[in-house]
Write a protein that binds this ligand. Structure first.
Ligand code: SF4
Length: 429
């Protein structure tokens, strides 16, 4: 069969279709880059915001319109609205999140353990953007109940994968040429908490650093309450990317309480201080929700002041989006539209200023960059773009594409796209 895979949303969704890709190839099927050529399309959907749910429907319709054979809808939107998913054109089946790990084995009627995955290295999925970084699923689900979050509803209880399985995925990614692996999950920091013999994410990272030869390991989003100062000793190993994404969600203590977040601004500030002490120049990025139900002018001002105080290397700003089935959707005090827009813009401006400040401190330094994309310039060569381990976006000129190659670069200036650098000739010969 010819298979077209597509996804929307989080890194976990991406890692899941990468596993589907290996399973289909292990079973002798071919991946195509266009749904028009496909006998089967699988779309891994998202419902974290109203917009993501709409984009998921658009992606399914687009595959059917392009002429794909049958379409399978899976993922969080399909799990939360299975009837609506089943009613979309071309959809032959809906696979809920608690069955999605067996999607390919059930479809092909092969026992999951019968897939001979070892010889099948990870390859970037044809079609969308050729991803250099391999997203590795470490755990799924979450036992917390943040009141704005639909993910914990859609993905169910927290469950961790065995470290040997995770290592096998990483080895397959390295065999396929990946220079960086990103450990991902719904609640990554809870890895090992559901084992009979409880373990901690620290144990997993130590095991993977010791047993894999991944040039670069990055941790995706981590809930602050899962970490302590001791955790940061892991960064004595330089293969661990100096980047922590710690979702704050709000800098107001009162808002955090209504969100049922297990942290406070003080706890968060102490954790950030411990990380910065242990890991010089670490990039700390975050997520913040503005206009959460009941967010008063003073709470918003408190949140802005706290974000300014922490001086993040970057951050995503989300305007609260009511998700049916969450506690917050039933709360009163929803913020009016004009105020939502203005708070979003104000908070973005704070992040832009601190991100620029963080970038500026690296001018004159030489750092390794994993090059991810390239644009032809003609006879002068290529404009290449990539990320440092501390999540700095860098652009430079090069005589060839350098896709999926790590080279050092001398950082020379900052512009609106990020940092500009010069690649030493010796690095690209
Ligand atoms: S920790 Fe909170 S925000 Fe994160 S997945 Fe769990 S419930 Fe959602």
């Amino acid at each position: 069969m010819k298979i077209y895979l597509n996804t929307i949303g989080c890194r976990l969704n991406q890692s899941e279709i990468e596993t589907y890709a290996r399973q289909f190839r292990a079973a002798g099927h071919t991946l195509v880059s266009d749904p028009a050529e496909a006998d089967l399309t699988v779309v891994n959907t998202c419902t974290v915001t109203t917009a993501a749910a709409a984009d998921s429907r658009k992606m399914i319709r687009a595959a059917a319109r392009a002429g794909s054979g049958e379409v399978i809808a899976t993922g969080c939107w399909a799990t939360m609205e299975p009837m609506a998913a089943a009613g979309l054109p071309g959809v032959s089946s809906v696979v809920l999140n608690d069955e999605k790990d067996e999607l390919v084995s059930k479809l092909l009627q092969i026992q999951p353990e019968a897939f001979d995955m070892d010889p099948v290295a990870r390859e970037p999925i044809p079609g969308a953007r050729l991803r250099t970084r391999a997203f590795i699923k470490v755990q799924d689900g979450c036992d917390n109940h943040c009141t704005f979050c639909i993910t914990t509803v859609a993905r169910g209880k927290g469950r961790s994968r065995a470290k040997e399985e995770i290592l096998a995925d990483i080895q397959a990614a390295i065999a396929g040429g990946a220079q960086e692996v990103v450990l991902t999950g719904v609640h990554l920091g809870s890895w090992g908490q559901d084992f009979a013999e409880r373990a901690h994410l620290r144990d997993l990272v130590t095991y993977l650093l010791e047993n894999s030869d991944a040039p670069r390991i990055r941790l995706s989003s981590l809930e602050p309450w899962d970490l302590d100062a001791d955790f940061f000793s892991l960064w004595q190993n330089q293969r661990l990317a100096r980047h922590l994404h710690l979702p704050l969600q709000s800098g107001s203590a009162a808002t955090l309480r209504r969100m049922a977040r297990k942290t406070t601004p003080d706890d968060f500030a102490q954790l950030v201080q411990a990380a910065r002490t242990a890991i010089p120049e670490i990039a700390i990025t975050t997520d913040v929700i503005v206009a959460f139900p009941g967010e008063s002018e003073s709470e918003f001002a408190e949140s802005m002041a706290f974000v300014r105080q922490i001086n993040f290397a970057g951050g995503h700003v989300f305007t609260y989006s009511a998700r049916p089935g969450t506690g917050a959707a039933r709360m009163s005090g929803h913020v009016d539209h004009a105020l939502r827009k203005s708070r979003n813009a104000q908070m973005r401006a704070v992040f832009e200023a601190s991100a620029r400040q963080y970038q500026n401190q690296f001018i004159g330094q030489e750092l390794p960059v994993l090059w991810e994309s390239a644009t032809a310039l003609g006879p002068q060569g290529w404009t290449v773009s990539g990320l440092t381990d501390n999540y700095l976006r860098v652009t430079a000129q090069a005589p060839r594409t350098l896709w999926n190659v790590i080279t050092t670069v001398k950082l020379t200036q900052v512009n609106n796209q990020g940092l500009i650098g010069v690649i030493p000739v010796t690095s690209v010969q």
